[in-house]
Design a protein around this ligand. Sequence first.
Ligand code: ADP
Ligand code: MG
Length: 385
Amino acid sequence: MFFFACKNKHFLKNFSINLPPLSKLLTFVPQKQSDMDKNKTDNKTELADLGEFGLIKRLTENIQLRNNQTVMGVGDDACVLEYSEEQLVVTNDLLIEGVHFDLGYTPLMHLGYKAVVVNVSDVLAMNAFPKQVLVSIAVSNRFGLEAIEELYKGIHLACKDYGVDLVGGDTSSSTKGLFLSITAIGSAPKERIVYRSGAGLNDILCVSGDLGGAYMGLQLLERENQIFRADPNIQPDLSGNDYVLQRQLRPQARIDIITFLKKQDIIPSSMIDISDGLSSEAIHLCLNSGLGCKIFEDKIPIAMETDSLAEEFGIESAVCALNGGEDYELLFSIKPADYEKIKSNPSISAIGHFTDKAEGMSVVGKNGAKIPLNAQGWNAFLNKK
Ligand code: ADP
Ligand code: MG
């Protein structure tokens, strides 16, 4: 097995969220538990008693606005924003219980945090800085006020960590389950906005942080959830796996990388965030830029924790990095002339370069073999046992 020790995973310490290690915090609950408020099953406050306006008030009453572009936040028919010079980037994600998250093991606070992070990550991937978010929820009567407040605790924490204002949203009931839709707004000067389509021949392909950890975190949670469902008397022992659990349940968006690039006066030629795995995102950059690429397997950064858990599961960790997902790292390209400026940043790895389209898109394995990027070959490694 190979691994690249994660060079800088401790950048997360700068963030305000300070939770107990996930391996201690997590409890598994049966899937069809009627009351999702795990900790306070006895004193659930019914949302129906509170009413829509009461709930909105509880969720938004302590909002502090942080950005001068926010003229009016929550409290009117629409928020009012003032951007005079910069271009806006706007993105939205919809998260559905049972499709995008499993409340059997996802703490609500982490769900709220992650929901904001994934949108912030999309804004950053345009080389813009996030400024505002709108949050819409639809909730069934299975949830009490306490549960929704947990969700919002995570949302508010993420807003604080990334310096964004919660400026509005919508609140509705649902017949079944929890729906969460988040819109994020960010901005950058027109000339700094980065598209997927701008890569040039020989540009260097770089990735932030390390990859594959979120996928291994999910594998672990799914495995332990299966065991729990077979015997609900056994709570899983997740100790020693905090890193991958955090990668899955509490990812971070790489605002530090965008800040670094700005300071170095580097505008990436193309960029995308890694939500679906390195392979899929590299293909997006190639197709949009009309180029091919070569990625070197031994340059793909993988944390030691990811590597050893992958080994336990009988999975190639490179496959987790290529075909897993939800790492929310940034994949971007720079001109060869800018390489000097990034090479000493421990959070950035150069993993390959763009080639002529005719050369195709490939990963060069450690043995020198060229494997087409989108080939099933990588999937076939997923279960090598
Ligand atoms: P409207 O009837 O115009 O849709 P609402 O009563 O739904 O207004 O919302 C009142 C205010 O609260 C608005 O500023 C809206 O953006 C905000 N808001 C509503 N639901 C949420 C929510 N879940 N999270 C944050 N803000 C919300
Ligand atoms: Mg409304």
